[in-house]
Write a protein that binds this ligand. Structure first.
Ligand code: SAM
Length: 272
């Protein structure tokens, strides 16, 4: 039984980290005049209303995109998607990763999205209806293994589990290795939380050892609430696009400025 609902967390600091780098990679990969495939294993509902009770209850979006939107140059692909969506749907709309991809991809590109939760799946179907996306009410890893190697061969896969199933930490390296063997040119992007109990550390160490040319990037921030375990956000990218290191360094700078004591709230020490 799935209980995680992303609309409590949409637009939080982890989303800003993940979505900004995802948007940058998609924008970079679409510069080449060749078709691309976007595969997402854990898609969520595609669009979020940050004025809805769920988002207001946690206040995570206010501390996330609410504080950081202005830190992005208007030319950054993440800011461009956000501004376009908000121009059309109001300033409380927030794009999930599938909608970010749909905005940045071209008509000839392919989109495949898995979302298992029936309510989230139905909402995703509505949000993506203007686009030519294939949706699956199927386990995301099962879909990923079934699709690789995909046609076209150029592409990117986002793996963004909710880590509700604690065995995810042990199982994900095996999934990534198998997907990478079948699709050795695919850009594989894994998101993971940086937790106060350090549960992510073996995962991160294992990925770095198994994929030495992979790229890991973390940002750190104060917990959303006292006692909340998440103290940062991590991405591990296999086959990182050229220039990702520089794009990620810019994001590091944006998050470091949150720690500036002159900012309205000190985000606390760097914990990792
Ligand atoms: N990637 C989305 C974004 O950034 O906008 C957020 C995704 S959210 C962190 C994880 C989603 O995965 C939830 O909507 C949950 O219902 C879904 N989910 C959980 N287990 C799944 C599985 N085995 N296969 C596919 N989706 C699953």
């Amino acid at each position: 039984m799935l209980s995680y609902q992303h609309h409590f967390h949409a637009g939080n600091l982890a989303d800003v980290h993940k979505h900004a780098l995802l948007a940058w990679m998609l924008s970079y990969l679409t510069q080449k005049d060749k078709p691309l495939i976007y595969i997402e294993t854990h898609a969520g509902r595609g669009i979020y209303d940050l004025s809805a009770p769920a988002a207001r209850k946690t206040g995570e979006a206010a501390r996330g995109i609410g504080r950081l939107h202005a830190a992005f140059a208007p030319t950054h692909p993440y800011a461009q998607v956000l501004d376009k969506l908000r121009g059309a749907q109001g300033d409380q709309a927030y794009p999930g990763s599938p909608l970010i991809a749909a905005h940045l991809l071209r008509p000839g590109d392919a989109i495949h999205l898995a979302e298992l939760h029936p309510g989230e799946h139905a909402a995703l179907k509505t949000a993506l209806s203007p686009y030519r996306a294939k949706l699956y009410a199927q386990d995301g890893f099962e879909l990923a293994h079934g699709l690789v190697p995909p046609t076209p061969r150029r592409g990117i896969m986002l793996i963004d589990p909710s880590y509700e199933v604690k065995s995810d930490y042990q199982d994900i390296p095996r999934h990534l290795a198998k997907i990478n063997r079948a699709w050795n040119v695919g850009v594989l992007v894994l998101w993971y939380p940086v937790l106060s109990n350090g549960a992510q550390r073996p995962l991160r160490r294992g990925l770095a050892a198994a994929h030495p040319s992979g790229f890991g990037h973390e940002v750190h921030f104060a917990p959303a609430r006292p006692g909340h375990g998440m103290q940062g956000s991590g991405l591990f990218v296999i086959n990182p696009p050229f220039g990702l290191h520089t794009a990620a360094a810019e994001i590091t700078g944006i998050f470091e400025r949150l720690h500036d004591p002159r900012s309205e709230e000190d985000a606390g020490p760097d914990l990792c």
